[in-house]
Design a protein around this ligand. Structure first.
Ligand code: 15L
Length: 268
C-alpha cells in the first residue's frame, strides 16, 4: 500500500486514527467536505460523496480506502439516503473504476442492534437494524459483497461498536474499541493477503462483549485493550443516564428505543 485514502477524515473517528496511521503508509490522502490541514505524510483532497466524478479523481493512484464518510448516527431519511446509500455507492464505484485494491468499510453495531443483549452473535447472523442508519450500513455491507464477488475488490467490513479513549457507560463496556485496536483492524483490512469479503466486529477484548469475534481473531486481530479496565467509572456514568426500558434490552440501546412503536415481546 503506497497511498491510502480516508474519507470523512474530519469526523470523530478520522481525527482519532490519523495520528496512528502516520508513517505506516508513504502517503495518507485525507478527504472530507470540510477543509483539513494535512500533517507530514498526509495530503488533503476536498470531495463530496454526492459527486462521482470528484470521487474518481479522489481515488486516482489510491491502493486502499478507509471509508468513514457518512451520517454516523440516526437521522432523517434524506441525509441517510444521500450520504450513506448514494454516497457509499459512489465511493465503491469510483474505487472500482480507479482499480483500488481494498476497501475497509466502517459499518456499525446498529446493523444488528435489535439482537437481545443475552445473545452472543457472530459475523454470520442476519442483519437486524435498529434505525434508518443501521439499514443504510447493512446496504453498504451488501454493496461491498457485490463489489467483492463481481469486481474482485477486497472488502473488510468493521461493525464498529463505539470508538473512544474509554468506554462512556455500561453499554459501551460491551461494544467499546480503543483507537489503536480499531487501527489494527483497519490495517488487517488493507494488508492481510487473504481478504476477499469479511465481516468483523470492531470491539476491543471486552469481557462483556455480545459478539463472537472469532472471524477477526482468525485474521490475526490481537486487541491490546479491554473495556473492563474502565468498568467502575463506566458503570457509575450509567447512573446519570435517563432510564431506557426498551433500549436496555437490546444491543443497539437508544437507537432501538428511538421512535419505537413495536411489540417488544415479538423481538426474540
Ligand atoms: C455508532 O454507530 C455511532 O457512529 C456512534 O456515534 C455511537 O453512537 C455508536 O454507534 C454506539 O452504538 O454507541
Amino acid at each position: 500500500m503506497q497511498r491510502i485514502l480516508i474519507t470523512g477524515a474530519a469526523g470523530g473517528i478520522g481525527r482519532m486514527i490519523r495520528p496512528l496511521l502516520r508513517g505506516v503508509y508513504p502517503t495518507v490522502r485525507l478527504s472530507d467536505i470540510v477543509d483539513i490541514e494535512p500533517e507530514a505524510g498526509e495530503e488533503f483532497v476536498k470531495a463530496d460523496l454526492a459527486d462521482l466524478a470528484a470521487l474518481e479523481r479522489l481515488c486516482t493512484d489510491v491502493d486502499g480506502v478507509i471509508h468513514l464518510g457518512a451520517s454516523s448516527v440516526e437521522d432523517a431519511w434524506e441525509p441517510i439516503l444521500n450520504n450513506n446509500l448514494i454516497g457509499c455507492y459512489n465511493l465503491f464505484e469510483a474505487a472500482r473504476r480507479q482499480r483500488v485494491k481494498r476497501i475497509v468499510f466502517a459499518t456499525t453495531n446498529h446493523v444488528v442492534g435489535f439482537y437481545r443483549r443475552q445473545r452472543t452473535i457472530d459475523h454470520t447472523v442476519m442483519p437486524r437494524p435498529d434505525s434508518r442508519y443501521g439499514v443504510s450500513k447493512a446496504f453498504g455491507e451488501a454493496l461491498g459483497r457485490m463489489y467483492a464477488d463481481k469486481y474482485g475488490l477486497g472488502v473488510l467490513n468493521i461493525r464498529i461498536g463505539n470508538v473512544d479513549q474509554r468506554p462512556a457507560d455500561r453499554r459501551r463496556l460491551s461494544i467499546w474499541i480503543s483507537p489503536r485496536d480499531l487501527v489494527q483492524l483497519m490495517r488487517i483490512g488493507l494488508e492481510h493477503p487473504g481478504i476477499h469479503f469479511e465481516v468483523v466486529y470492531g470491539v476491543s477484548a471486552n469481557a462483556r462483549a455480545w459478539y463472537d469475534n472469532s472471524n477477526a481473531y482468525r485474521l490475526g486481530y490481537a486487541p491490546a485493550d479491554q473495556a473492563e479496565d474502565y468498568a467502575r467509572e463506566a458503570t457509575e456514568a450509567d447512573l446519570k443516564l435517563p432510564p431506557d426500558p426498551i433500549g436496555e434490552q437490546f444491543q443497539g440501546g437508544g437507537f432501538c428505543s428511538m421512535e419505537f412503536a413495536g411489540d417488544v415481546k415479538k423481538i426474540t
